[in-house]
Design a protein around this ligand. Structure first.
Ligand code: HH2
Length: 406
């Protein structure tokens, strides 16, 4: 996939892209006051480009918890000279503007920025600006606003709620003809547990069908996660979390302060991805509709005579090398599965069909007794149904199923 950002094109390939953070603010949580003079900001941009930033995100309003909002004129006064200055440097790197104000985005795009990064989720006014400039937008999730967002945020299911919210933002973008990238907004109206749940389950965001941006850099959840690390000591934690997301193939853009280290991370992940082999083929052996007879039922009367049952067994073998020998000893024998199921059913008396299903699973999976194939069973499923009981109840099927991993 490619995104056009003004005169630049961002191509998503084997590695995540690195977005360098440039805060031209006096009060950002990790670098406030370091780059708020124009010359400092330009030096910083030059350095990030040299260190391998794929794009540079220029922001003029701190969004740290409790931050005071900045007025439009003040924001523009900070942003525009820096954007114009960086464009004049012709670094070959697209700029995004980190703002929640459509007017500020409009002016920044006119000054040469190629993308919008909106922590407030890119509402219609922002999408209209993006559409007019033909610019992509990052829609980030935030609960509330920076001043108040950390006061007891609550979600029923943080991952599902944010996924659904971001999907709506992508759909809204589509109505405006705008490419939307999505960002779960780590630290924006989320507790430590919410952040960890999101990071551990980032794969869910892939369902949204848009490039995923992640901003974990130096954030305070790392302080809590690691039991107290100052903001200047959070690089290792940031690299670990971003490496996790990159290795899971669930992130396309990493928004970071430490560009050189993250470019190295991204390159390493990219190379490993290219070396990764396709998953080895799996073999599933099926024996379905095995007729069995068994004394089964919760009452003694039900157990007084054998009943007809139907058993289905599915055996998933561990991955095998492609081109494994065409030999029965390499796999599980379906005839043996059928025999085992019938023997277990006929040889015992059970109250519950789940118990019978479990006993059949245990018999099929082991004990290994020197049989190598049994050791290679990765998981299996056994289903037992009672056609007689289903007929009596007038339903299609009654039964029980267990999924089991030896
Ligand atoms: N985080 C911050 C700001 N903008 N944008 C996106 N898309 N995702 C993020 O996670 C994100 C963001 C906060 O970090 P920082 O810019 O370093 O701090 P501050 O807001 O205090 O300037």
């Amino acid at each position: 996939m490619e995104l056009v950002c003004g005169p630049h094109t961002l191509a998503f390939g084997d590695r995540p892209l690195v977005m360098g953070v440039l805060n031209v603010t006096p009060d950002s949580f990790s670098d406030g006051g370091l780059f708020d003079r124009r010359d400092q900001a330009l030096d910083r941009a030059r350095r990030m480009a040299a260190e391998g930033a794929d794009l540079i995100d220029v922001g003029a309003e701190s969004t740290r918890p409790g931050a005071e909002p900045v007025g439009l004129q003040d924001e523009l006064a900070r942003l525009l000279p820096v954007i114009e200055g960086i464009i004049a440097l012709d670094l070959g790197v697209p700029l995004s503007v980190d703002t929640a104000k459509p007017e500020a985005a409009d002016r920044a795009l006119s000054a040469g920025a190629g993308m919008i990064n909106d922590i407030s989720g890119a509402g219609e006014a922002m999408l209209e600006v993006a559409a007019r400039h033909g610019a992509p937008v990052i829609a980030m999730h935030m609960r509330g606003e920076p001043r108040t967002m950390q006061s007891a945020p609550r979600y029923d299911d943080v991952v599902a709620e944010i996924r659904d919210y971001l999907a709506k933002r992508v759909a809204a973008g589509r109505r405006f003809g705008v490419d939307v990238l999505v960002d779960p907004g780590i630290g924006f109206g989320k507790t430590l547990e919410h952040n960890l749940d999101l990071l551990a389950n980032l794969r869910e965001l892939r369902a949204v069908g848009a490039p995923v941006v992640l901003g974990t850099s130096r954030k305070s959840f790392l302080d809590r996660l690691l039991g107290g690390v100052a903001v200047e000591d959070r690089l290792a934690g940031t690299l670990a979390v971003n490496g996790w997301a990159a290795a899971l193939d669930v992130v396309d853009v990493l928004r970071v302060h430490d560009v050189r280290e993250h470019r190295q991370l991204a390159e390493s992940i990219g190379v490993l991805r290219r070396y990764r082999r396709a998953p080895a083929p799996r073999r599933r052996v099926l024996a379905r509709g095995i007729p069995c007879r068994c004394r089964i039922g919760v009452t003694a009367r039900e157990r007084s005579a054998p009943q007809d049952l139907v058993v289905d067994v599915e055996v998933n073998m561990a991955p095998a090398a492609l081109g494994a020998p065409d030999a029965l000893r390499e796999t599980t024998d379906y005839a043996e599965i059928a025999d085992l199921a019938q023997a277990v059913a006929a040889g015992g008396e059970y109250r519950l069909i789940e118990t019978l299903a479990e006993r059949i699973a245990v018999a099929v999976a082991g004990p290994a007794d020197g049989q190598e194939t049994r050791k290679r069973i990765e998981s299996l499923r056994v289903r037992v149904s009672k056609p007689g009981a289903a007929r009596e109840l007038g339903v299609a099927e009654v039964g029980a199923q267990i999924d089991w991993r030896p």
